[in-house]
Ligand binder design. Sequence first.
Ligand SMILES: Cc1ncc(C[n+]2csc(CCOP(=O)(O)OP(=O)(O)O)c2C)c(N)n1
Length: 381
Amino acid sequence: MSLTTPDTYMADDPAGDFPIVQLLTPEGERVSHPEFAYDGDDESIRELYRDLVLMRRVDFEAHALQRHGEIGLWPPAQGQEAAQIGSGRALRKQDFAFPTYREHGVALCRGVEPGKLVGLFRGTELGGWDPNEHGIALYSIVIGAQTLHATGYAMGLTLDGAVGHNDPDRDAAVIAYFGDGATSQGSVNEAFDWAAVFNAPVVFFCQNNQYAISASTDRQTRGPIAQRAGGFGFRGMRVDGNDVLACHAVTKAALQKARDGEGPTLIEAYTYRMGAHTTSDDPTRYRETAEVETWKLKDPIERVKRYLQVQGTPQEFFDALDAEAEVLGKNLREACKALPEPDLEALFSMVYVDGETPELLEQKAAYVAFRDGLETEGTPA
Ligand SMILES: Cc1ncc(C[n+]2csc(CCOP(=O)(O)OP(=O)(O)O)c2C)c(N)n1
């Protein structure tokens, strides 16, 4: 199988007859597509490359922190960098993202501090950041739930008059991230239906990383995920999820369509999870090493590096980025260890936006009395 042409790229995929958008081959060559093009210059590709490298560094560092017992769990994102950075960088400030639990790159694109990403997994935070400040909701562990939140939020944008003015500063869109396994959830299909019927300004971005923990995609669906949108009455398309330029171009177009008031789109980013589902999973029990080796050749970062090198990007650029990644890694380690212990008393005031109800105040008082009793009397036998 050739790795270069879009048509044969999917030859080993049972649903390969659904066209895939690719703009940068695994060998680092730009290719054209009849409908989509990356509209930035080489300087902007260097910025995307920087994002890809720094995202991978944050991911590796968090993984290492879990191995050192500093966080309880980590969902690695290696292999999915292009899908996340390409789509994340297509968002505007006023857009809003609804992630699952593996969207570390999208969170970084939205300006979330790397140290904040690990709080949930260290057990010191309920979420970790202010969604309104960053335009990205907190991670959802409940598979697919966020697609409903995204659709509801998008319907709200329409009701608020925030779409369809041809105004780049005012018109807004929503993007919902989920995996291939999530498409088996009723909630995701309900979200598709509501979004279609209400013409909601939402982009459904499915990272088909081929596995839902140990269940391969063919155990979830027998047709291309992208094709499912057609049954709900909106467009679905498939993009090479390891190609940052294609992911950016396709997402940018879908977001603009949403902002223009032309309704939802489903994007299936065809990619691969290189590592484990989470740090408590052992992928060698359900997939062959040869499969992983094949996908190493399609690495989303290496192909951009090859392209930039051929374009004459000086070695100093890559060296400076390595140094920047080192500092980022060190800062993340320190930020993680410095996260303050949670104050459970504060939980009670975080349940409702409008403050505590009498029942919550009663429960808080009971908890505080219990906690203070422990502090003075020691742990009961
Ligand atoms: C509603 C619900 N059901 C089951 C689970 C357990 N669970 C956690 S991850 C996962 C697989 C998700 O796979 P996919 O949607 O492909 O996302 P990926 O992790 O591959 O990115 C499942 C079933 C859950 N978290 N929520």
